[in-house]
Design a protein around this ligand. Structure first.
Ligand SMILES: NC(=O)c1ccc[n+]([C@@H]2O[C@H](COP(=O)([O-])OP(=O)(O)OC[C@H]3O[C@@H](n4cnc5c(N)ncnc54)[C@H](OP(=O)(O)O)[C@@H]3O)[C@@H](O)[C@H]2O)c1
Length: 353
């Protein structure tokens, strides 16, 4: 079989994406396995990487896109034990997994139950694990707690609402008015950030609930002081992304809009990191980064992802998938990511590639 992957030779809009074929399969070295990928990411973060706007990774070209994967092990490197050809696994790659064949260290892989569909299991890796660890590990949301979720129709935010439902947390979700159904379908109260009185609505919901125990924010749209004023006395604010400054600066454009987007984006990132460092004692404000957290707690990565696969198997969570794309449609998928308004997740299906 001819291996294929989604390659960038320059940074920029969806037009820089190329699907390329390689002459030979990649070979696993010592301690590594080769994985035949079934499904991989198509998310906002892949778009940031394509535009070289991703603040936490130094990128060099050429590169293969793809933040995570579900697949089958199809070759073992020297010295690999405890895993066999045919085993089903998941991994977080940051880049490299929008490909039919990927070589990864065997030690970090998490087993995926054989009966889960790959396109339903893949969203659990980056999107759901981020939401789960933000709620459970960072915010330590108490049983029956009250949660405010920004970006609530998107990949991470909608996952957070789904998890609130599964974990018995009472959620309010914030997204644009076009995304109301995607938010309320997860049992959350809805506030449209484009409504003229959005801030006042959120203030009222916060007062009625005695403040929020956890605020999960992948968007970073509202002034921080206003968001923090809605926390319960022991509540925690978890920042984890910046979709709002990207959109408001016309970040999907080229030229000056893209430069302004990059600057606004970088400043907001630095501000949150600084605040989180200052608030380290109380952990009232934190910045969550999935890769940092995996490096510090590989056991949490393994255990929490296994918990999510079990929740999916039991039917207690249900990722909202807007559309599944094939490899030859990947540029079209990125155009959709650029336009915004994706409801839940896009997924790349590589099974027939
Ligand atoms: N730190 C980590 O470990 C980590 C992990 C995963 C993702 N992320 C980051 O998290 C961010 C979101 O990722 P994603 O994949 O969830 O993106 P996404 O699927 O594009 O979702 C973005 C969401 O933000 C909403 N939104 C836009 N402007 C908003 C505003 N002013 N107020 C409230 N909501 C607003 C959108 O609503 P409408 O579509 O209705 O406008 C949508 O629901 C990105 O910056 C990504 O890089 C970080």
């Amino acid at each position: 079989m001819t291996p294929k992957r989604v390659e960038l030779r320059s940074f920029g809009g969806p037009g820089v994406i190329r699907v390329v074929e390689d002459q030979t399969l990649p070979e696993p070295g010592a301690g590594q396995v080769r994985i035949r990928v079934e499904a991989s990411s198509l998310v906002f973060t892949d778009m940031l990487i394509r535009r070289n706007l991703y603040p936490v990774l130094k990128l060099t070209l050429p590169l293969t896109l793809g933040y995570d994967l579900v697949g089958h092990v199809d070759a073992l490197g020297q010295g690999v034990t405890g895993i066999a050809v045919g085993d089903r696994v998941a991994d977080l790659t940051q880049i490299g997994s929008n490909a039919t064949h990927v070589v990864r260290p065997a030690s970090g892989l998490v087993r995926v139950p054989p009966d889960l569909d790959a396109t339903r299991a893949e969203p659990l890796i980056l999107s759901y694990l981020t939401a789960y660890q933000a709620l459970v590990r960072e915010a330590e949301a108490p049983a029956g707690g009250k949660v405010l979720v920004y970006g609530a129709s998107g990949a991470v935010g909608n996952a957070a609402l789904d998890l609130c439902l599964a974990l018995g947390l009472r959620a309010v979700g914030v997204a644009s008015s076009r995304s109301r159904e995607t938010v309320t379908a997860k049992g959350a109260d809805f506030v449209a950030y484009d409504a003229p009185d959005a801030g006042a609505q959120l203030d009222r919901l916060s007062r009625e609930r005695g403040g929020f125990d956890a605020v999960v924010d992948p968007a970073r749209g509202e002034p921080l002081s206003r968001v923090l004023s809605r926390l319960a006395p022991r509540g925690r604010f978890v920042a984890l992304g910046f979709s709002a400054p990207f959109r408001s600066a016309g970040g999907a454009g080229n030229g000056i809009a893209s430069i302004i987007g990059k600057v606004k984006f970088g400043l907001e990132f630095l501000r949150i990191k600084w605040l989180a460092a200052r608030a380290r004692q109380t952990r009232r404000v934190t910045f969550y980064d999935i890769s940092e957290r995996r490096a510090a707690h590989p056991d949490w990565f393994h255990d929490d992802l296994s918990t999510l696969f079990a929740l999916l198997q039991e039917g207690r969570i249900s990722p909202r998938i807007d559309r599944v794309f094939r490899l030859h449609e990947v540029r079209q998928a990125h155009e959709m990511l650029e336009a915004g308004g994706v409801q839940g997740r896009l997924v790349l299906d590589l099974r027939d590639a």
